[in-house]
Design a protein around this ligand. Structure first.
Ligand SMILES: [Mg+2]
Length: 227
């Protein structure tokens, strides 16, 4: 923990979803990328060679389509339909979602809510996909507001949207803290000026996250609660 940083002193907390609140033990979201591109463009595009962790859904689609040789302007014009198909597919397959809630996340949420904190979600997921994952995890009612991707494509834009919503609810001078699991979360939080807590419950380990200079870094939420 950075000297002087009090993790519990914020008025509002913005949580990333994948790797922070939960990890998906299914491939519903994964296949939706490929199938939506296939159905809309007739292309066999894969997201296997695209950095997905810390990326946003539109960012992943754009990278996969760039690998297929599509120009950015065409990708931009095609994205809305592809995204519509993706959301529809995840909705159809929602019974197959198998989210595994990260260690002590329920306890952390409980403690923050007991302390009267405002809780929101800021995730690179498409809105429909993110909400379905939270619903499947039984977490959706814990949060008061949501910032998702599309039309926002950059993580920093999503965090900015979350911060704006937090300040609309909790007041213009509300202190907001971001909780994430990737170097991208730390970097995007820095761009917004908000403090960031990193939890090594996704694919990045404690040392990798610590090296990015978050305000606080923990192996999981249990360690955070033990402070
Ligand atoms: Mg994440």
């Amino acid at each position: 923990m950075r000297p002087g940083f009090r993790w519990d002193s914020a008025d509002a907390y913005l949580f990333d979803i994948d790797g922070t609140l939960l990890n998906s033990r299914d491939a519903v979201h994964y296949f939706a990328f490929r199938n939506a591109i296939q159905a809309e463009l007739g292309l066999e595009a894969s997201i296997d060679n695209v950095p997905v962790h810390g990326n946003t859904d539109p960012g992943i689609l754009r990278a996969a389509l760039q690998q297929q040789g599509l120009a950015d302007a065409e990708i931009t014009s095609r994205l809305p339909k592809i995204i519509e198909r993706m959301c529809a597919e995840v909705m159809r397959n929602k019974a197959g979602l198998r989210p595994e809630i990260c260690p002590s996340i329920r306890e952390l949420i409980f403690q923050l809510r007991q302390a009267g904190k405002l809780l929101g979600v800021a995730s690179g997921n498409l809105a429909a996909v993110g909400r379905l994952k939270l619903e499947a995890a039984g977490l959706v009612s814990e949060f008061s507001f949501w910032a998702f991707s599309h039309p926002r494509e950059l993580r920093s834009e999503i965090f900015q949207d979350g911060l704006r919503q937090a300040c609309e609810i909790a007041g213009r001078n509300a202190k907001v803290c971001i909780v994430g699991d990737t170097p991208s979360d730390i970097q995007a939080a820095r761009q917004t000026g908000a403090p960031v807590i990193a939890l090594a419950t996704g694919v990045f380990n404690f040392e990798q996250l610590l090296a990015c200079g978050p305000d606080a870094c923990f192996a999981c939420a249990a360690d955070l609660l033990a402070v």
